[in-house]
Design a protein around this ligand. Structure first.
Ligand code: NAD
Length: 369
């Protein structure tokens, strides 16, 4: 079903912002037919089916997954649905590309990884930010030795008033699994660990706050997420210190709502033994302000870098399709990266709840006392 000559039959669950990125990417990919979509907004579904010439549309994910003839299924729905849809699609024989985070918790993520292994299918999680040109430029500066051994990073994604629609599923703890930490923080974690060469996280100490959201403040203007009547049940700011195997460290900070200068800013400051890097991206600029620092004392060199724009979901979907076409690689793409991120997020929430540092074992699971 996945030879180079047979078209790959794709389905997408979720027709909000994220689902529409997957659709555009499948539509643009050679050798792929976008044959099915599912989502609850009737008008949007009709418009998308017309735009992409999609033969079958569904209101609920169950009927789409029950077809059993899809080669790949993208999951772009509220986070509490990631595990049931991904597991259902994997069992029906499809390869799955799930939106981030893999799931609400590591336990749910583990069930998805188990299902991928049992089905012998690919499971991948969308980490589109690591495919940005500026993030790739920092990763390359680590890989080619320019920054030496990276030992500390300050990484953040902070919004001033960017709660993705007050009242939407994002603010409902049961549906989302958490606030900015699980939503934006998981990207921050991913690009930072990716840049630093995937060091193991051995311990975390985190705090969370919910000061603006519960008072109805900090909602994104014009937010169009699904759901309108959820209470505000999650944090609006989180901060964490992560200890890494080998002595390295990461300071992570993320917010949906805080009184601060810029409306939306993310980036990383990286310190290595031979050099460093500083990236700031404001207002979702496709290429951020990046400087690479090398040398020392009088010979210090600051090199501004204009990185090419990344291709976001387009690049992620292309890579997923490459893996789907390469049967020998399937067992390497079992969702393990997404799961490792979920376990760190779990540990951050546990640490914040307990008011102390939480240690992680070799598998990334929280160590008991
Ligand atoms: N990678 C990124 O940059 C990025 C950006 C935004 C969102 N996301 C992720 O994408 C996912 C969706 O986020 P969004 O912003 O598109 O949300 P959204 O609220 O805009 O859209 C959610 C979609 O899920 C659909 N849905 C809900 N229940 C369903 C069901 N039972 N059957 C079928 N469809 C159902 C809704 O109808 C809606 O179309 C989340 O996991 C989010 O974390 C990722």
């Amino acid at each position: 079903m996945t030879s180079q000559n047979t078209p790959i039959r794709a389905g997408v669950v979720g027709i909000g912002w994220a689902g529409q990125q997957h659709m555009a990417a499948y539509d643009a990919a050679p050798g792929v037919e976008l044959v099915a979509i599912a989502g609850m907004e009737d008008d949007v579904r009709a418009e998308l089916s017309e735009r992409y010439g999609i033969e079958a549309t569904y209101r609920d994910w169950e009927s789409m997954v029950a077809r059993g003839d899809l080669d790949v299924v993208s999951v772009a729905v509220p986070t509490f649905l990631h595990a049931p849809i991904a597991i259902g699609a994997l069992r029906a024989g499809a390869h799955v590309l799930s939106e981030k985070p893999i799931a609400r918790t590591g336990e749910e993520g583990q069930a998805m990884v188990d299902a991928a292994r049992e089905a012998g299918r690919v499971l991948e999680v969308v980490f589109n930010h690591r495919r940005r040109g500026d993030i790739e430029a920092i990763a390359a500066a680590v890989e080619d030795g320019t920054v030496g051994r990276p030992y500390h990073a300050r990484s953040m994604w902070l919004r001033r008033a960017g709660i993705p629609a007050l009242g939407s599923w994002f603010t409902n703890a049961e549906m989302s699994g958490g606030g900015p930490l699980v939503d934006l923080g998981v990207h921050v974690l991913d690009w930072t660990l990716h840049i630093m060469g995937e060091p193991r996280v051995t311990a975390v100490s985190a705090v969370t706050h919910a000061e603006l959201g519960p008072r109805g403040l900090g909602g994104a203007v014009g937010g169009t997420k699904s759901g309108t009547d959820s209470a505000y049940e999650v944090e609006d700011l989180a901060s964490a210190l992560l200890r890494l195997e080998g002595g390295g460290s990461i300071m992570l900070e993320t917010s949906w709502a805080t009184h601060r200068a810029t409306p939306d800013q993310f980036g990383i400051t990286l310190y290595g033994t031979e050099g460093g890097a500083d990236l700031k991206v404001e207002g979702y600029a496709p290429s951020g302000e990046l400087t690479i620092f090398t040398g020392d004392g009088e010979e210090a060199t600051d090199t501004p870098v204009t990185a090419p724009e990344g291709r976001g979901h387009g690049a992620v979907v292309e890579r997923f399709l490459e893996h789907v076409r390469d049967e020998a690689s399937w067992s390497q793409h079992d969702g393990g990266v997404g799961l490792s991120r979920a376990r760190i997020v779990d540990a951050c929430y546990a640490s914040a709840r307990q008011g102390r540092e939480v240690r992680l074992d070799e598998n990334g699971e929280i160590l008991g006392d």
